[in-house]
Ligand binder design. Structure first.
Ligand code: GDP
Length: 411
């Protein structure tokens, strides 16, 4: 993710400050200047960056801090808090409830990634046990229905649309009715986008919204527009009641930080970010864990969420019990390889661990690592019982050695 470069620059600035023998005004200024440079490069608005710098200096008054105060920690905490403040819209989004039908309408300009994001959103919820469905109310763009149909079929999600009907309102209403009867709890309506914010687009959005009465309107926006996101989000908010935003293409644009902070400034909560073209390159956006990951401090709640997603509920206590007893067998290793592959992009998972950043795992390397895991699994599949026994013995030996080292270190 390009955003990882921003996180990398900020963490390096903090690290350099931490390495200094004495933390004085000069060291603090150097650190803040580095962070300012990185944020401006990510297209964060100058006013926001200056505000952040002034606030940190106010909080970290080096003259007032008595000796013995941990200045490093105080500065780090102030940077963390200010970055969170910059990205926090101060308002939560509506959260649909599983088992109760909710209509979610997607709006945005053409090419922003709206149709792809509708499927990603449906797929994400399907993995968590929801019953989603997709409705294509985009009658403006030729091929829109085919694209949605193809994505939905791939993800095994029911869909509704028409090749002949030209009235988007009619299709939207029919689709929503159909899926309500089928007890779907997340009915996602994809609307048409245009090249620019024109009156016809806004009028159509308003009509579809009036007819389907959505529980939530999600505005999908391409991150490459950076801080111009402020005006675009405001324009959409004035036409329909946008309740949440999804920022796409965070994998490819250096301006992602600017887009996120600009959306927050419109007081609209960003709920997910798109980090690639694939279905699982989609992440929940939660300010504190996001900043934590950005600074290489990890995101345990996100990591645990991934584990809960891929390890079947009934097997979780057993796995934890075995791991805590040091009882890590070859079969468990094989199952965990399978789980890692199910977790999605390795870089995404990696950046959730403290001390790591997705900068450490460039996109090309991710495929390589995934291929390596598959190779190990194939090797394990093709082994004779004797081979497996030998490998298991080596593995048990390493396992014992590790627990022995841990015991020595912790005694
Ligand atoms: P729509 O016109 O707004 O419905 O946009 P589409 O869903 O057709 O997406 C436009 C292009 O953006 C397609 O090539 C998608 O694969 C691509 N796209 C969507 N989301 C992302 C993302 O998060 N990252 C990247 N790299 N590409 C994306």
């Amino acid at each position: 993710m390009v955003l990882a470069q921003l996180g990398g620059s900020i963490s390096r600035a903090i690290q350099q400050m931490s390495n200094a023998t004495i933390i004085d005004e000069k060291v603090l200024n150097e650190c803040l200047n580095e962070i300012t440079r990185a944020l401006l490069q990510a297209d964060v608005q100058f006013k926001l960056v200056r505000e952040m710098q002034t606030n940190i200096k106010k909080i970290v008054n080096l003259d007032d801090l008595a000796a013995g105060h941990n200045k490093r920690r105080i500065i780090q905490q102030a940077i963390f808090n200010e970055l969170c403040k910059m990205l926090d819209p101060g308002k939560p989004s509506f959260t649909p409830k599983k088992g109760k039908p909710s209509v979610i309408m997607f709006v945005g300009l053409q090419g922003s990634g709206k149709t792809t994001t509708c499927t990603k959103y449906a797929y994400y919820h399907q993995k968590k046990g929801w019953k989603p469905a997709l409705v294509c109310a985009d009658t403006f763009r030729a091929g829109a229905f085919d694209q949605l149909k193809q994505n939905a079929t791939k993800a095994k999600i029911p869909f509704y649309g028409s090749y002949t009907e030209s009235d988007p309102v009619r299709i939207a209403v029919e689709g929503v009715e159909t899926f309500k009867k089928e007890n779907c709890d997340l009915i996602i309506v994809d609307t048409s986008g245009r090249h620019k914010q024109e009156a016809a687009l806004f009028e159509e959005m308003r009509q579809v919204s009036e007819a389907t009465n959505p529980d939530l309107v999600i505005f999908v926006m391409d991150s490459s527009i950076g801080q111009a996101a402020f005006d675009q989000a405001q324009a959409f908010k004035q036409s329909v009641s946008v309740g949440a935003v999804i920022v796409t293409k965070m994998d490819g644009h250096a301006k992602g930080g600017g887009a996120l902070s600009a959306v927050a400034a419109t007081k609209s909560p960003v709920i997910f970010i798109g980090t690639g073209e694939h279905m699982d390159e989609f992440e929940v956006f939660d300010v504190k864990p996001f900043v934590s990951r950005l600074l290489g401090m990890g995101d345990w709640s996100g990591f645990m969420d991934k584990i809960h997603e891929v390890v079947p509920m009934d097997q979780q206590p057993e796995l934890l019990q075995k791991l805590s007893e040091g009882n890590f067998t070859l079969r468990i290793m094989y199952e965990q390889f399978q789980n890692i592959l199910k977790m999605g992009p390795i870089g995404q998972v990696f950046s959730m661990l403290p001390g790591f950043s997705s900068e450490l795992m460039p996109k090309g390397r991710e495929k390589e690592s995934q291929a390596k895991i598959k190779r190990y699994m194939t090797m394990m599949d093709s082994m004779t019982n004797e081979g497996k026994q030998l490998l298991f013995m080596c593995f048990a030996f390493i396992n014992n050695l590790m627990s022995w080292i841990v015991q020595i270190l912790s005694s």
